[in-house]
Design a protein. Structure first.
Length: 180
């Protein structure tokens, strides 16, 4: 696997948006109804340009083609793109709060090749280097399998409204970055 990780930029936004849509539609079909996915693409799933500005969002490329993306954050917002209301850009305290793992998406044609794991390990290492002892995320149902395999522990399922009368299920998950 010749996957290159690099910091994503604003120039990447159109490609990232297209990848997010392909990933959500292609990899979520077994877990979510089409109406849930389409609703989530209007806010819960999407590009968060704050991550790009903070330089904590990464593009995974193979042969100059975007095959995955994901990031981490030292800000309070747990999930969602620019269009999601209720975002909180306040800075986290790494001594007492968990860094956020954010917006992981893989091209469905490239799934199960370790791209998500590669991105996740990179983000965990960056968060650790910034003094964070824990990370947390809001996992999609198909994402739970990846995160659980990488040591994340889930809590009770939450339902997030994505459209009038339509919700999508997520699982909050957490992991310690401190060796036992």
């Amino acid at each position: 696997m010749a996957i290159l990780l690099r910091k994503a930029t604003l120039d990447d936004v159109p490609q990232i948006e297209a990848l997010i849509a392909r990933s959500a539609r292609g990899l979520s079909a077994a877990d979510y109804r089409p109406a849930q996915v389409e609703g989530a693409l209007r806010g819960a799933f999407g590009v968060d340009t704050q991550l790009l500005a903070d330089r904590t969002y990464f593009a995974a490329e193979e042969n100059s083609r975007l095959v995955g993306c994901g990031g981490w954050s030292y800000r309070s917002t747990l999930f969602g793109g620019d269009r999601r209301a209720g975002r909180d850009p306040s800075t986290l305290d790494p001594r007492t709060q968990a860094a956020k793992i954010r917006a992981f998406f893989v091209d469905p044609a490239e799934a199960r090749r370790g791209i998500g794991s590669l991105l996740l390990e990179h983000c965990e290492n960056e968060a650790r280097a910034h003094g964070f002892q824990h990370v947390e995320l809001m996992a999609t149902l198909p994402g739970v399998r990846l995160y659980a395999a990488r040591g994340y522990v889930g809590s009770a399922m939450v339902h997030f409204q994505v459209a009038e009368g339509e919700t999508i299920e997520f699982i909050p998950m957490r992991k310690s970055l401190v060796a036992p």
